[in-house]
Design a protein around this ligand. Structure first.
Ligand code: AGP
Length: 613
């Protein structure tokens, strides 16, 4: 989704901003641009990838020590240069970038056009430029002109503005939950970004704007105020991510790197939460007493995409360990169906980015109805983190590839620990069962490492054989059913192969009609209580001449004998199997995408952080 970067100081601002935009590429975009002020405002914009903007900057460099830049993900108007940000007023003296949507842009545009303003783009953003221009013409200073403009627009946005009139400052605002606004504090220079990785190499001292807050950033100071114009105090936070971990290192793609980081991220997730001596889990961050845990009647998990599939695994785990009913809702549907929520309900939002607008809206819905609000979040300081009463921070580290991988497995690890923790507090988990599952948790990093070390040639062979295929089915049962969904999602999002995930028992109610000798069917069949049921699904696929690709436990000759191809994983506890069984499916999707020559880290039409509805 759109990214914003800004710089004010003494350095070459356009270069700084360009480098920052590169670090936000993972969010997805279709055009980009930068505005800088030397004695006058100057703008370069380009369609497509940042390389096109780089070529323009090389041909006509931007001079100046103040700049704002933007990567655009089109909502209003085609992804062409004319619609790329920054947008300037007619006199080319004010430049604006926006992440979000101006919902009332049409009446504002008509009103401004009637007053004689000429529009150069099809975007909603351009109205902001003209509104600011209008207030400047009426004699207001830049900050006040911005504030007056921001108060007229409806929707959710992050907006940054620079102007020739006061060329020492960037004015920025956050309205609603459309996108993060982070101010980075340097020495004799200050920065602005939509997301931490854009500026982390320059500073760890950051301030996060909340809904309705503005900042006026100069090289040596930052002033904070609300939309009423009243100065406010903001706390500075120190962010601890290692900048090196945001780089690709020895891997060809970020997704590949992130798949291979999973043993480490699972380890980090367990560290400090599980006491392997006392076999206890501690999630103090949830701020939950034993009595409150016992009173809880229901947990509703709200999330989107991969995070929602992790939630489906969580349902199996938490219901089993903590004997509490768990419901999983797509966040995008939750708020539109008047859900039954009360003060005995905990809403658990799962979100890697912490900025997914549907998930944030579902959280607000639950909170408004009196629920306890928890989240599992990867991005420290994100909106979801800040509005939750209790948060479990994922410890996945920065996830750059648009296709989520390590955030999925760390989330499931968190959900298993949450199940144990609630089981402890509610007295539903015997000491023996607790010991058994905690012992299993301790082995997970090693098992994930084993999966990564094996099967490499098998993925490549399968990708070689089937990468021209246009349809795939994924089947699983029990906690492996969400893994079938996730395996299908991974394949479709990065290789553009149509793939469906199904609970295996449902196959006979429809999808079986698709099976013939051209249909590859990935069957997840691990040794658990539904093993025999999965075997009979394999038989049904074979009877219709489908191509069976089984994902099974090492040494399972019975499954191997019934399959065209086999991928194996080590055996683990049924409740932690999904953490291990998803890894071969991530790798399978990765190899298919590479064979098809797809843009693995930035699949078409997708964004890492989905900040529009
Ligand atoms: C994952 O591969 C997807 N790109 C997507 O489904 C993602 O999980 C979803 O948009 C939710 O994102 P979040 O976890 O940041 O809220």
């Amino acid at each position: 989704m759109c990214g914003i970067v800004g710089y004010v100081g003494t350095k070459d601002a356009a270069t700084f901003v360009f480098d920052g935009l590169k670090k936000l590429e993972y969010r997805g975009y279709d055009s980009a641009g930068i505005a800088s002020i030397n004695s006058q405002l100057d703008i370069r914009r380009a369609e497509g990838k940042l390389i096109n903007l780089a070529m323009k900057l090389q041909a006509e460099p931007l001079i100046g020590s103040i700049a704002i830049g933007h990567t655009r993900w089109a909502t209003h108007g085609a992804p062409i240069e004319r619609n790329a940000h920054p947008h300037a007023d007619e006199a080319n003296s004010v430049a604006v970038v926006q992440n979000g949507i101006v919902e009332n842009f049409m009446p504002l545009r008509l009103q401004l056009q009637a007053e004689g303003h000429l529009f150069k783009s099809d975007t909603d953003t351009e109205v902001i430029t003209h509104l600011i221009d209008k207030s400047l013409a009426e004699g207001h200073n830049l900050t006040e002109s911005c504030r007056l403009a921001f108060r007229q627009i409806r929707g959710a946005h992050a907006i940054a503005v620079i102007s020739e009139r006061e060329s020492d400052k960037i004015v920025v605002v956050r309205i609603g939950n459309a996108g993060g606004v982070i101010i980075g504090l340097g020495h004799g220079e200050n920065y602005l970004a939509s997301d931490i990785p854009a500026i982390l190499e320059h500073t760890q001292q950051m301030v996060f704007l909340e809904d309705g807050e503005m900042a006026v950033i100069t090289a040596n100071a930052v002033q904070y105020l609300n939309l009423a114009g009243t100065p406010i105090h903001k706390e500075i936070q120190t962010i601890g991510w290692d900048p090196v971990s945001a780089a690709k290192g020895r891997f060809r793609h970020f997704m590949q790197k992130e798949i291979y980081e999973q043993p480490q991220s699972i380890q980090n997730t367990l560290r400090g939460r599980v006491n392997f001596t006392t076999n206890q889990v501690n999630f103090e961050g949830l701020k939950l007493t034993s009595a409150e845990a016992q009173e809880l009647r229901r947990i509703i998990i709200v999330a989107c995409g991969t995070s929602a599939y992790a939630g489906l695994v969580g349902k199996f785990v938490i219901e089993k360990l903590a004997k509490i009913s768990v419901q999983v809702d797509y966040a995008s549907e939750f708020r539109y169906r008047d859900p039954l929520v009360d003060d005995k309900t905990a809403i658990l939002a799962i979100t890697q980015s912490g900025e997914t607008v549907d998930t944030l809206a579902a959280m607000e819905e639950g909170k408004g109805k009196g629920a306890r609000l928890w989240s599992i979040v990867n991005a420290q300081g994100s909106m979801a983190h800040r509005i939750s009463q209790g948060t479990i921070l994922m410890q996945a580290g920065p996830e750059i590839g648009v296709a989520s991988t390590k955030a999925f497995t760390t989330t499931i690890t968190d959900l298993v620990m949450l199940g144990i923790y609630l089981g402890q507090l509610r007295g539903t988990l015997s000491t023996k069962d607790r010991e058994e599952i905690i012992t299993t948790l301790a082995c997970l990093p090693e098992l994930a490492g084993e999966v990564l070390a094996e099967n490499y040639n098998d993925y490549d062979t399968l990708a070689n054989l089937y990468h021209r295929q246009e349809h795939f089915l994924f089947l699983g049962r029990g906690p492996n059913y969400p893994i079938a969904l996730e395996g299908a999602l991974k394949l479709k999002e990065i290789s553009y192969i149509h793939a469906e995930g199904y609970p295996a028992g449902e196959m006979k109610h429809g999808p079986i009609a698709l099976i013939d000798e051209r249909m590859p069917v990935v069957c997840i069949v691990t040794q658990d209580h539904v093993y025999d049921k999965m075997i009979s699904q394999i038989e049904q696929v074979r009877a219709r001449k489908g191509i069976v690709i089984s994902l099974t436990n090492e040494g399972d000759e019975a499954v191997a004998a019934k399959s065209n191809h086999v991928l194996t994983i080590p055996k683990t506890h049924p409740l932690t199997t999904p953490i291990i069984s998803v890894i071969p499916l991530q790798l399978l999707a990765y190899h298919f995408a590479v064979w098809r020559g797809a843009d693995v880290d930035q699949p078409r039409n997708l964004a890492k952080s989905v900040t529009v509805e």
